[in-house]
Design a protein around this ligand. Sequence first.
Ligand code: SF4
Length: 322
Amino acid sequence: MNDDILTLNELKKYFFKKDGFFSLQQSVVKAVDGVNLSIKRGETLGLVGESGCGKSTLGRLILKLEEPTAGRICFEGEDVTACSKKKMRSLRKEMQIIFQDPYSSLNPRKTIGKIIEEPFIIHGIGDRKQRKEKVKKLLDLVGLRPEYIDRYPHEFSGGQRQRIGIARAISLHPKLIIADEPVSALDVSIQAQVLNLLYALQEEFHLTYLFIAHDLSVVKFVSDRVAVMYLGRIVELAKSTKIYNNSLHPYTEALLSAVPVPDPTMKKKRIILEGDPPNPIDPPSGCYFHTRCMYKMNICDKEYPPIKEVEKGHFVACHIRC
Ligand code: SF4
């Protein structure tokens, strides 16, 4: 059996925006611009990049919450991009999402019992009594007391709400979970608890995670491999240990320099990237990173470096590395 649970081929998502109310001209925002990626069964792939680089859009494309402009998404050999609505409905059981914001992702007017029960109702699973039992089990599984079933989201802390979101996401025993910045809205002390819970659930249910984050320090602890994204494109992909010990792309290097080291005696040079990421409506010519890169060469603003495998399993898109 193929080891890859998900493969993305030349995946693109462009948003078209009118330049003005009376204008016939349109600007194109290339949120995802030709991504090739595969996720192995049972692994955690970290996807990292600054806000606005397209990583959340990529997650939404995989779940077909957004329609791709071009490219292919294959889940367990099935072409998701060509799936009918009916087929997609059954595939959704296998792919779920955990949202970043545990405050806005839960309906404040519903009890948590009703929120977690929803996927069972949508997919016609069990009767009322059976569903209630399942919800109680799920609450227990994510470390919440089953007696809380009739409480409302506002009665819980941020960490507890994220546990409720996780319970909802795993309710149908999915194979793949897109975790879209699942801990970035939480206090640091709570982040570790939620990450530990995700890890325990992965072990128990053989889950595969696409773990989206803007912060490499979080991704470091959870990922088997890490993909670094810049302005809609993957610029580096490698095993987590390679990324942290021998990153090759200057952008990854800059992101890594911002990761705190828990050893006060260790001196680390922080690389401050000049300016904001370029406007995706009008990306720079050549390598998109050249406007901020400390190693820029003449070729860099003329030709985009294609992503290449520089050693087994280590891919990088940079003229000085390929
Ligand atoms: Fe920097 Fe050039 Fe490499 Fe782009 S291709 S990251 S500008 S060195």
